[in-house]
Design a protein around this ligand. Structure first.
Ligand SMILES: NC(=O)c1ccc[n+]([C@@H]2O[C@H](COP(=O)([O-])OP(=O)(O)OC[C@H]3O[C@@H](n4cnc5c(N)ncnc54)[C@H](OP(=O)(O)O)[C@@H]3O)[C@@H](O)[C@H]2O)c1
Length: 248
């Protein structure tokens, strides 16, 4: 008899995904749709969201909403509009390519606000919402949060200090919330170098000595997100996905 685990899919689930207008966020939306989930694409730019949605199949299971992750009010306005959301994927992020001495205060604050504060606000917004709706839902949904951290949150690299600090903060956040929340699983993915707009100007994989000799694809990160969303024992997983770069 097939194990219950093998029958696990994302059918009937609803995932809200920040940073869904491109790159990894859009790949996650595509994978979740493929596995039967509905998706709410969240991003700063309505036009970009529309274009992203048009690239996806199953449009009856796609909704879009403009949200700036840095703004508390933006979260407060968005979450009640989608009461069926039971998975949050915090994927919005911006990068940094500058030595700290050449990084302005505005840039520092924007990186921390987008990557770290945005993720914290998102976790808090859904947790508050789920706490209220839990009292009304039987059986309890498998609430799940997946945060996009980075290999750079645990490994040094010149020119990424503030980004690294923001991604290290996401690991601390994830671990603490996994202990604090009851009935909500909280996990993080630590991608290495993934082939998206964010890594357009990165060095070549050969130069970085990535053991698998290439960058990862957004689909490979989406695969990890699908695993974390489906596996009900996955809580406080801090999942490396870096082609072995963390081992070098
Ligand atoms: N690519 C990599 O190698 C890599 C490695 C490790 C971790 N990550 C992490 O993975 C996540 C996705 O990265 P990616 O490579 O897919 O980058 P990307 O293609 O540049 O996508 C980033 C997304 O974040 C959105 N965003 C930025 N600021 C926002 C804000 N204030 N509010 C809402 N959305 C905002 C962007 O929307 P706009 O289009 O409106 O700007 C875009 O959709 C990020 O958290 C990144 O740090 C990426």
């Amino acid at each position: 008899m097939a194990s219950k685990l093998f029958q696990s899919t994302l059918r009937g689930r609803t995932a809200a995904i920040t940073g869904a207008s491109g790159g990894i966020g859009l790949a996650i939306a595509e994978r979740f749709l493929h596995e039967g989930s509905s998706v709410v694409l969240l991003g700063r730019d309505a036009q970009k969201l529309k274009v992203a949605a048009s690239q996806l199949p199953h449009d009856d299971r796609i909704r879009e909403h403009v949200l700036d992750v840095r703004l508390e009010q933006s979260w407060a306005d968005a979450i009640p509009l989608f009461p069926d959301v039971d998975i949050l994927i915090n994927c919005a992020g911006i990068s940094q390519r500058s030595l700290l001495v050449r990084t302005s205060e505005d840039e520092i604050r924007d990186i921390l606000d987008t990557n770290l504060v945005g993720t914290i606000l998102g976790c808090r917004a859904v947790a508050r919402h789920w706490l209220k709706s839990k009292r009304r839902r039987e059986p309890l949904p498998d609430y799940c949060i997946i945060n996009l951290s980075s290999l750079l949150g645990v490994r040094g690299c010149a020119g990424t200090s503030v980004y690294s600090a923001s991604k290290a903060g996401i690991i601390g956040l994830t671990t603490s919330l996994a202990a604090e929340f009851r009935g909500t699983r909280v996990n993080a993915i630590l991608p290495g170098y993934i082939d998206t707009a964010m890594t357009n100007d990165a060095d070549k994989p050969q130069k970085m000595k990535i053991p698998v000799a290439r960058f990862g694809t957004p689909d490979e990160v989406a695969d990890a997100a699908a695993f974390l969303a489906k596996n009900k024992y996955a809580n406080n997983c801090i999942l490396n996905l870096d082609g072995g770069l963390s081992a070098t």
